[in-house]
Design a protein around this ligand. Structure first.
Ligand code: ADP
Ligand code: MG
Length: 627
């Protein structure tokens, strides 16, 4: 038997094109060939189980070897094999409708995966690294003859009698100049570790030497001899393929260590398992996050039937869940997954929704079943929960029941609990709730003390996304707003009934105002005389909540440029009821009047850390002379 033929595509030079354009991910040839070997092995097992194959299955491992001198890489399996007819059918007739379509589509394609996936070119990815490829195969079918196929990467192939004595397939790649880096133990090991670590069929790559007990010596001590044993590179039963009931916490923790050898233990995990309306298994871990969420991304690994596909799961996993670690395995996601496929695929959207729901359920369950433990973990998961609530409405609806607000006394409340707690003291005259927070307790201490004296509770909002979180929650909650504790003097943070008039006359008020205007003499500071309680500070500097948020937004690149260029805008509130202010109002000595005003203003700046440099020096000198 000897046959020559032409691979049935119409363009003569398709392989040079494939080779040239798919240069970026050359290493995936190994994933493709090994997963074909796995498929073939799984098929023979199924045929045997169905009684359609009655021969010996034998040792079903897949072997990968290379020969540096001969420049070959060989992948062999004991799968179902192919007859010559099958080679012609499955290998020669490349699974795409026509070369014209291919030529057209590959121009738009962004990566090798997209082309390989779209056109069923898995096997042909071998030509990215080979001058020629050989197949030796023997089908499981009774009376089948071994077949041999060889192709040099042109559209010409040759098929003749093969030499394989046992059922299975052996693919030999004659590595080309570009592919020489793959003729290395370390390189191959690295690729196998990446793509094949959890394949369901044992994969042998080389051997290792082991000491084995071999009888006893004259003194009766055990003797050892070195034996060569197969080096199996994969774990064929990773935990996500098992039932949760079979697994202990330790198994989950060990698997986590296997995936991320240098990470701290995760906080908890979710075992995913669905088979309708799509197939998905996996284990997602909640890492310890603390306050940084940039470094930890891209840690979820995506598999398809235990073959690693990618750790860029951006379109499969909702954005906010990218902070999680672990694995997702779905046969509904093709091996050659590409960005454009993922964006278009409806399964992917369902997977997205499902994972979000599971994560929400798990957190809700933890909160309900063991609140103290949940609160203890809040420092690590809070950021994640808030991020999720901002970015996903469905998640918000679940998480609103277990998101926690923490006050400066380190007490935690759900949204509902907090509302009930502060309602009596923190409802303004129009029936709106005002939540007061600090983002820097030491710096805002004077304000915190004043607000606390009034019976207000102060929330601690100092994580990187709290600004966004506050905005989002305000938008969701009815008649509720947040105010930073230094947004106004304590008396004015929450507008109660109309404030009583202060003790100064209208004339005095105007006079005090102009004294301070002259003393301060800065356009960014707007001066108001207000009626505050006599034991509040004589002068307070505040920054309006709305203006401050606009500035912050502009600083982060959002909002309008207009606010970014805006100068700071402070309000200087003069306490019309304070003794010192009355004294300034009635002071005859002009110099002392100015001096006292400056002093009161500087004290306000000082309490907020706003007094620095030459102004601080001047304050110190003035204080000395006043004493
Ligand atoms: P796919 O795996 O997506 O079908 P490939 O190009 O990787 O596409 O393989 C084409 C076909 O060649 C396979 O579907 C299978 O029928 C056959 N084949 C490839 N490798 C083997 C193998 N090791 N044993 C048996 N059949 C194989
Ligand atoms: Mg394949």
């Amino acid at each position: 038997m000897q046959e020559k033929g032409t691979i049935s595509i119409h363009t003569e030079n398709i392989f040079p094109i494939i080779k040239k354009f798919l240069y970026s991910d050359h290493e995936i040839f190994l994933r493709e060939l090994v997963s074909n070997a796995v498929d073939a092995t799984q098929k023979i097992k199924r045929l045997a189980a169905l009684g359609q194959y009655n021969g010996e299955l034998g040792d079903l491992k897949i072997e990968i070897s290379f020969d540096e001198k001969a420049k070959t890489i060989t992948i062999s399996d004991r799968g179902l094999g192919m007859t010559a007819e099958e080679i012609k059918k499955y290998i020669n007739q490349i699974a795409f409708s026509g070369a014209e379509e291919f030529m057209e589509k590959f121009k738009e394609a962004k990566d090798a995966n997209e082309i390989i996936g779209r056109f069923g070119l898995g096997f042909y990815s071998a030509f990215m690294v080979s001058d020629s490829v050989e197949i030796q195969t023997l089908s499981y079918q009774e009376g089948a003859e071994p077949a041999h196929w060889v192709c040099d990467g042109s559209t010409e192939f040759e098929i003749n009698e093969g030499s394989l004595a046992e059922r299975g397939t052996e693919i030999t790649l004659h590595i080309n100049k570009d592919g020489e880096e793959f003729l290395s133990k370390y390189k191959l090991q690295e690729i196998l570790d990446k793509y094949c670590k959890f394949l369901p069929v044992p994969i042998k790559f080389g051997t290792t030497t082991q000491e084995e007990e071999d009888g006893v010596d004259e003194e009766g001590k055990p003797k050892y001899t070195s034996v060569e044993v197969d080096n199996i590179i994969n774990d064929t039963n990773p935990i996500w393929t098992k039932a949760p009931a079979e697994l202990k916490d330790e198994d989950y923790l060990n698997f986590y260590k296997q995936l991320y050898p240098f990470s701290e233990d995760p906080l908890f995990w979710i075992h995913l398992n669905v088979d309708y309306p799509f197939n998905l298994t996996g284990v997602l871990y909640f890492p310890k996050l603390k306050n940084d969420f940039e470094v930890q991304r891209n840690k979820i690994k995506l598999f398809s039937r235990q073959v690693f596909i990618t750790d860029e799961v951006k379109d499969i996993v909702p954005e906010f869940l990218m902070l999680l670690h672990g694995v997702i395995d779905s046969p509904d996601i093709p091996l050659n997954v590409s960005r454009s496929f993922l964006q278009a695929d409806s399964n992917v959207k369902k997977i997205n929704t499902y994972i979000t729901k599971k994560v929400g359920d798990k957190l809700g369950e933890l909160f309900k079943n063991d609140r103290p433990a949940y609160e203890e973990k809040w420092g690590d998961i809070g950021l994640f929960v808030k991020y999720g609530m901002i970015s996903d409405d469905k998640f918000y609806d679940k998480a609103k029941d277990f998101v926690l607000l923490t006050n400066i006394k380190k007490e935690n409340f759900t949204l509902e609990e907090y509302k009930e707690k502060v309602k009596p003291e923190q409802t303004d005259k129009d029936g709106n709730l005002v939540y007061i927070y600090t983002n820097d307790a030491p710096k805002q201490d004077a304000f915190i003390q004043s607000a606390t004296k009034k019976g207000y509770d102060i929330l601690l909002m100092n994580s990187p996304i709290d600004g966004h979180f506050i905005g989002h929650v305000e938008h969701k909650l009815d008649k509720t707003s947040f105010k930073r504790v230094d947004a106004d003097v304590a008396d004015k943070l929450i507008k109660k009934e109309d404030a009583p008039a202060h003790v100064l006359t209208e004339e005095q008020t105007t006079a005090v105002k102009s004294v301070f205007e002259k003393a301060i003499n800065k356009p960014a500071y707007r001066i108001e005389v207000e009626s505050l309680s006599p034991d509040e500070l004589p002068v307070t500097v505040t920054m309006d909540e709305f203006m401050r948020r606009m500035k912050e937004m502009a600083a982060m690149g959002g909002g309008m440029g207009f606010y970014g260029s805006m100068p700071d805008n402070y309000k200087v509130i003069i306490n019309g009821n304070h003794k010192l202010i009355s004294r300034i109002a009635s002071e005859e000595n002009e110099e002392l009047k100015t001096s006292l005003s400056k002093q009161a203003f500087d004290l306000a700046l000082l309490s907020q850390g706003l007094l620095t440099g030459a102004e601080l020096t001047e304050f110190v000198n003035r204080s000395v002379s006043l004493i």
